[in-house]
Design a protein around this ligand. Structure first.
Ligand code: NAD
Length: 375
């Protein structure tokens, strides 16, 4: 069986798999084809892929010869029409924000898998690209804040006086938020954290953060560990608590997300206007609307002296290690659908295979996405 690694679209520096992972795949008797320059922006050369046992070819040839195509960003609706009917396509479709692409994928009769849908079970952990890439975002967001701010993070006591440590507020203590706490603490910042899931309090504290509690959050066990929409009364209390803590912070890192929905707006314009000039907000939720009301996705703006960085694509800025982690997750998923002879083995009895499958036999088959595209 042949697997093709495609070069990503403009602006995305990662590649779905580095040569080291491609080599592991060839050992599973899979022939690996790589589009020319696919790894270039992640510092993986065509020669490294060749040394790993892969073949380099044009995009057209990789598409026409492959049984499975892998990439990170999904193909455009126009490009989907050029893919072979029945081909297996694995990418991060982000289906709740890409309805047209999902429908085009079904119409082209592609068997597609969206790695952002991998069930977050114990078995799924090794394939969880949301977690691996959120780890990168959490880490890099803190470094970006340190770079953007005109103050130190750590406390300094020197003959030039005492510098107070930076105060940081982190909104959302999922994978990115927890990594941000760890990174900020290593740099010496004092960290406060807010999340609607009370279950994360202990993790926050064990990393050296202080958990800001607001009573009355809705925690739905059926949501699989994800946060759910909150009541209006809670939202008001939360708004006040976030306001009180944000105005005393030098840095706010926004990571709060609700799976498949627009991000909750937690930092209002009024709050930003009361923050200290020189403060920095890094909004990782920018691509789904942002946690800050003023965020502009892909832009850094300044409002009353507060810099607001709307950036959700930090993994692309750290393309080598992001690709390394992504590729390992992808490899672990591929092991589920490749048999001992290196052939395709789609076992739809397996909850991970079925939970990740987006389209098949000209239909959208993922339960939640199916409901979503109908409406
Ligand atoms: P996410 O990116 O969906 O959201 C980030 C954080 O924002 C979450 O902690 C969420 O509770 C928080 N949030 C949402 N709305 C908020 C609001 N209004 N105010 C404040 N915070 C808000 O989260 P994630 O990092 O993808 O993790 C989601 C869940 O999945 C977590 O429970 C995590 O522990 C779990 N998880 C499980 C596995 C696994 O078992 N394989 C792997 C990773 C994560």
């Amino acid at each position: 069986m042949k697997l093709g690694i495609l070069k990503e679209s403009q602006g995305e520096n990662r590649v779905a798999m580095l040569p080291e992972t491609a080599e592991a795949l060839t050992k599973l008797k899979v022939e690996v084809l790589v589009e020319k320059d696919a790894g270039k922006s992640a510092y993986a050369s065509d020669n490294q892929f060749i040394d790993a046992g892969a073949k380099i070819d044009t995009r057209e040839k990789v598409i026409s010869q492959s049984d499975i195509l892998v990439m990170i960003q999904p193909p455009t609706a126009a490009e989907i029409k050029k893919l072979k009917e029945g081909q297996v396509v694995i990418a991060v479709f982000n289906p709740f924000f890409n309805k047209d692409i999902v429908n085009a994928t079904a119409a082209q009769n592609l068997t597609s898998f969206s790695l952002d849908l991998v069930p977050r079970s114990t078995r799924g952990q090794a394939m969880d690209i949301l977690s691996s890439q959120a780890t990168v975002s959490g880490y890099k967001s803190v470094l970006a804040a340190a770079n953007t701010m005109d103050k130190f993070f750590p406390m300094f006591m020197s003959s030039a006086g005492t510098i107070k440590p930076a105060k940081m507020l982190i909104l959302g203590a999922g994978v990115a938020g927890l990594q941000a706490i760890a990174t900020a603490r290593k740099l010496g910042a004092v960290v406060e954290v807010f999340d609607v899931r009370a279950a994360v309090k202990e993790e926050v504290m064990s990393l050296g953060g202080k958990f800001v509690e607001v009573e009355g959050a809705v925690d739905d066990k059926a949501a699989g560990g994800y946060a759910v929409e909150q009541t209006e009364e809670f939202k008001k209390k939360q708004q006040q608590a976030i306001h009180d803590h944000a105005v005393k912070s030098d840095v706010v890192i926004c990571t709060a997300q609700i799976f498949g929905r627009e991000a909750p707006v937690l930092l209002k314009k009024e709050t930003v206007e009361k923050m200290m000039p020189g403060s920095v907000i890094i909004d990782l939720a920018a691509s789904t609307g942002g946690n800050c009301e003023l965020t502009k996705n892909g832009e850094t703006i300044e409002h009353n002296g507060v810099k607001i960085v709307g950036k959700s694509d930090y993994p692309s800025d750290m393309a080598t290690d992001s690709s390394r982690m992504f590729g390992k997750n992808l490899f672990n998923f591929l092991k589920l659908i490749i048999n001992e002879e290196g052939g395709l083995n789609l076992n739809f009895e397996d909850e991970l295979v079925v939970g990740t499958c987006l389209t098949k036999d000209k239909e959208v088959v993922h339960e939640k996405v199916k409901e979503f595209v109908k409406n």
